[in-house]
Design a protein around this ligand. Structure first.
Ligand SMILES: Cc1cc2nc3c(=O)[nH]c(=O)nc-3n(C[C@H](O)[C@H](O)[C@H](O)COP(=O)(O)O)c2cc1C
Length: 198
């Protein structure tokens, strides 16, 4: 089993989303000892924000690529190849300002490419990244999966939407929530880890 493990918190050992993601990876590798795990820290090696050259390289046929386009599209090609090669994708997500960290968004901007990861058919858009299992490890200061802040729960719904659009529809989310709430913070992570069932 090939596991792609993405980290998008810059907080290293203090990070709850990394701990939760690691707990998922540990369970997966315990159950599948031959697994290969590729881990990318999107904060220490970030994907570039999309500039004109990236977009032009995405929409220009490969045979017409200039050396500048070839250089610009490398990140995207590598990320897409890695994504397609993976059986399982684990994504650690610290909730930032009601959304995902920009480092994770730039990764998404590089993997969402017409003709590569989705296409438009007569029946509308079709995701081309099929047969993957995705685990989200989301951590947040507040509680969004239920209660008064549920209307602000954009993170999980956005990731389900965009990954689903690309064909990744088998998604399980684990959430360490309430990490800034006095009554919840001490047990939020351990409770989330306890719920991991693969
Ligand atoms: C820049 C920033 C923005 C944040 N925005 C929110 C937010 O909108 N809602 C929330 O509940 N928590 C927010 N938090 C708290 C984080 O979601 C929480 O600390 C989480 O555990 C961070 O993940 P990590 O431990 O993996 O780094 C924010 C934290 C930071 C650093």
């Amino acid at each position: 089993m090939k596991i792609l493990n993405l980290i998008s918190s810059p907080r290293g050992e203090a990070s709850s989303s990394i701990k939760l993601g690691n707990a998922i990876v540990e369970k997966l590798t315990a159950a599948n000892p031959d697994s290969i795990v590729i881990t990318h820290n999107l904060t220490s090696k970030p994907f570039p924000h999309l500039e004109e050259v990236h977009i032009n390289s995405f929409f220009t046929p490969a045979e017409n690529h200039t050396p500048e386009f070839e250089e610009a599209i490398k990140h995207s090609n590598e990320a897409i190849a890695e994504l397609k090669a993976a059986d399982v994708i684990v994504i650690g997500v610290p909730l930032y300002n009601f959304g995902i960290p920009s480092t994770l968004k730039t990764w998404i901007d590089h993997i969402a490419r017409a003709g590569q990861t989705f296409s438009y058919s007569e029946n509308g858009p079709e995701g081309l990244v099929k047969g993957k299992k995705v685990y989200l490890a989301i951590s947040s200061g507040g509680v969004y999966s239920e209660g008064p802040m549920k209307a602000y729960d954009f993170t999980e719904s956005y990731l389900r939407s965009v990954l689903g659009f690309l064909g990744m529809v088998d998604i399980v989310a684990y959430r360490a929530e309430g990490l800034s709430v006095p009554d919840l913070k001490d047990e939020a992570l351990s409770k989330a880890i306890e719920t991991i069932a693969l």
